[in-house]
Design a protein around this ligand. Sequence first.
Ligand SMILES: NC(=O)c1ccc[n+]([C@@H]2O[C@H](COP(=O)([O-])OP(=O)(O)OC[C@H]3O[C@@H](n4cnc5c(N)ncnc54)[C@H](OP(=O)(O)O)[C@@H]3O)[C@@H](O)[C@H]2O)c1
Length: 303
Amino acid sequence: MKLTRREFTKATLGAAALTVAGPAALADGHELIKRPIPSSGEMIPIVGLGTNRYGVATKAERAPLKEALARFHALGGTVIDTAPMYRNSETVLGDLIEELGIRDDLFIATKADKEEGQEATRAQMESSYGKLKTDLFELMQVHNLRGWQAALPLMQEWKDAGRIRHIGITTSRSSQYEEFEKVMRQEELDFIQVNYSLEQRESAERLLPLAADRGIAVMINRGFGGGRIFDKVGDQPLPEWASEFADSWAQFLLKYALSHPAATVAIPGMTKARHVDDNIGAAKGRMPDADERKKMESFYAGL
Ligand SMILES: NC(=O)c1ccc[n+]([C@@H]2O[C@H](COP(=O)([O-])OP(=O)(O)OC[C@H]3O[C@@H](n4cnc5c(N)ncnc54)[C@H](OP(=O)(O)O)[C@@H]3O)[C@@H](O)[C@H]2O)c1
């Protein structure tokens, strides 16, 4: 008998879950906060897994990734973001997901990035199904808007045919925001994926409010500025007032991004199980309110 994710989590974690989450994380019990994808109504946990560092060559390098992925699943995580551009990340993930037997519990997002036209996009997407060993993608995105004019109609066609559940576009560069906004206005998108963090807040000026207006789900990338923000906070302790909602800097940073009213899910890159434990804590307990968000911004500006 196959256990559901919830039954599996209960059966395997038990007291272990208590040891990885601190008081703020446990404030609302163990259930992860979920939010709806506006276009489909599907509920997804608000912390997912970014895998741009999953493109590894050796079995030894795969071991910690498998541990991180298993931990992510055991703690209730479902949303995984990958891309053909991340070296062989799709292949590694496909293998690890199969070894762990967890495909049915996941919400897999990948991307297409071909600028040569529909045939190239078609071939690339077919190849992603093979690498990830699946016949359905929960989300297919145009990576950095590359070839979006040809790719989006094809993605829509495959969505209509039931091979893709949601479609979207991604960026992590403010130099693309103008074109990104144009595509958001003229196309029917289920998701955008965009960078948003205490360090880089520009997407909150136009893109995030537009997503909220148009009922587009928002997947947030680079919530730690690629890891740079940790260097900035260094080893200083969290401010006292932040212990109301965060037990670590990672939770502080993710909860800043996730408390934006347009945010649906954040996908921190994590290759270590201990980072999964920490970051999943940001999907629990309460979010900072509007005043606390301002305080977080002033605090960060003073670092
Ligand atoms: N245009 C696009 O479509 C686009 C662009 C950029 C990113 N993305 C997606 O977004 C994801 C996230 O972006 P990113 O990985 O570049 O940057 P990020 O999530 O801002 O930062 C990832 C870095 O933070 C570290 N980290 C994670 N959790 C931590 C914790 N609790 N404590 C301390 N350090 C922690 C990671 O270390 P470990 O790896 O050692 O765990 C990694 O070095 C990517 O993986 C990718 O899926 C998409």
